[in-house]
Structure formats: C-alpha cells, structure tokens
Design a protein around this ligand. Sequence first.
Ligand SMILES: O=c1ccn([C@@H]2O[C@H](COP(=O)(O)O)[C@@H](O)[C@H]2O)c(=O)[nH]1
Length: 359
Amino acid sequence: MPSFKIDTSTAVTFIAVEPKPKLKNRQTGEIAIDMETGAQMMTVGLTIADDGEANLYTVSVPVTGIPKGLTLGMPVKVVGLKARDWENVSGGEKRFGIAFRAVALACVAIRERAPTDVAVWRGSDNGVVETADRIIVALDFDNRRAADEIVDRLGDECHFYKVGLELLTAAGPDLVRHLVSKGKDVFLDLKLFEIPNSVAGAVRAAGALGVSMVTVHGMGGRGIMAAAVAAARDFPELRVLALTVVTSMTDADLTDVGVAASTQAQVLRLAHLAQEVGCHGVIASPQEVASLRGLLGPGPEIVTPGVILPRESSGEHSRPGTPRVAVAAGASHIVVGRSVTRAADPVAAMRVIRADLAS
Ligand SMILES: O=c1ccn([C@@H]2O[C@H](COP(=O)(O)O)[C@@H](O)[C@H]2O)c(=O)[nH]1
C-alpha cells in the first residue's frame, strides 16, 4: 500500500486530545498491538500547524513512545510520523481513509533564556543561533545517577548533551528518552563502523529515541555513511555526522594504521566524502575547522570535541583548541566534557566557556 511522509521539521505540534488506548474491537475492548514493536497502541490527537494552516490529526503511537505527563495543549516533537491510506469493506460497504502512525512523541520544553546567553554565532545554514544551543556537554559517566545530577545542576545553562557508548551501555536508552522529554537536544555519539544494514538499524533506533545527532565513522567509506544517511530520512530532525579523525590521534597514529596522509589531509578527505554521500556534517578537532569550513561551505555542521578551557591542559587531545578558537574558525558546535562535568562548579565552568566565546 503506498505511503507518504509528513515533514514535521518546520511544523509546530500540540496535544489536542490526550493519549488513550487504541481499541481493536470496541465490543470486547481489545487493545490494538503495534505490528512493528509488539507494544500496545495508543491514539493521540495532535494539532499540527505549518505554513499558516493548522489541522487536527489522530495519530497512533506505541505506548513505549509516549512520554509520561502529556497534557492538553503541550507542545511536542513527533518522531517518525507517516501517513498510510487504507480501505476495507464493512457490512458490504467500502470504506477508506488515511491512518497516521508515529514512532514516538517527545515533550518540547519552552526554554527560558539563560541570563548570560547573549553571544550568538553563525556556523551553519540555521543562521544565527544562541550560544547555549551550540555548547554540547558530554555526559561521560558510568551511571545514570551521575548524569542526572549534572543535568539538574546545569539546568537552563545547557540545552544540548552528548551521550556516548559508556553511558548508553550503563544507563540504557531511557536516559536518552528522559533528556529528550525534558526538551534537551541529544547527540548520540555511537561512532558507527559496521556493515551498512547494521548501521542503518542503529540510526533508525537513534531516530526513534528523538535524538538530534548521531555519528558514523567516515573511515567506513561511502556505503556505510550512505546507509546512515538513508536511514535518517524518516527522522527530519536527525543529523548524521561523519567522524573524521579522532582528536587524540596524531600523524604517527595514522601511519601506524596504514594511512600515509597527515591528520589534516585525512580529515579533509573524509569530510569531502561525507558531504558527497549526504551527511549533514562532520566531527573534527578545532585545528581543522577553518580548512573544513572553506571546503564544505556554510551549510554543514562542524562539531568539535577536543575543546579545552583557556589555560587548561590538553590531556589526551592531540589537536586541541579553546571554544573561541573553534567557533571563530567556523565550528557550528563545540563538545566539552570533563572541563564542565568534573569541575567543582559546573555552572561556573559553562560561564567561563561563554565568556571565552564572547571575548
Ligand atoms: O574525535 C573525537 C570524537 C569524540 N570525542 C568525544 O568528545 C568528548 C570529549 O570529552 P572531554 O572530556 O572534553 O575530553 C568525549 O565524550 C569523547 O568521546 C572526542 O573527544 N574526540
């Protein structure tokens, strides 16, 4: 049966009718089961407004994709919304219509502007963006409690978190759902390097969680990156970023693994490939940003880990830079981990980053 996708990336969506179980049989009260997940199905009324027009849609969502505490009028993000036409014959009469299904809903918090949030920078096609939306804090913890604690402490100081393999493995995907439901953007740093079919599956699973960014290894080449990009198409807000050369590596490390190019040349080569196959951006160190911006143009995201605070030691990053250096060179986002999360005062550390950016 043909189906078509609704672009929810520009629409504003609100809860118009609260979720309730979807009945398969009204007489017996039997609840419909989602064929894809095996979970009970719910229906929810959504007002989707776009281009000056608002329409009410009744959307089926598996119960596992409905966050707790949804109330009337609440703004939500719809993940993986699809429309499918249907027809059947009931009592000798032909009936037809369009059914809507979404993978999940996520709460969208109305963000308060942090008092120090005055600096803006241009890094990508999104135009001028507030600084708070461009500083990504890496939650590198081995347990959920530590991650929750730092997110609570930072409050409105941070809107964007990176969850990597350590925390995902230790705490599970619920932590990611929780962050999304608090209105935080999540960069799921999976660093995928697998056969294309497995990469595509992992990207779909990331999209279903409502994350904004996911990473695939550029060294995986065209097939792997293209699989990630294709799998992300069902999730308009999901950006696939190609990891070029990790910030701890040096020219000598590349030689060891049989790559004769310098780190700089290898980063540019992989970024070019990533752009050709349709990735939304790349991960690279602050030291490659200027050349990358020149190569890729203004559109793609350039996300830079290896960011250290002024006068801080570079630790294991071989190609480090300060927030200001990365952003001035054209980074769209900076990733900061321990400088914030292990600081005695994480909020003060965030303010040092903002001050560096504003200087
Ligand atoms: O090349 C890369 C790719 C990813 N990372 C990740 O960024 C953070 C950096 O944390 P710090 O504590 O600020 O060093 C971490 O999660 C890495 O996995 C990277 O550093 N370099």
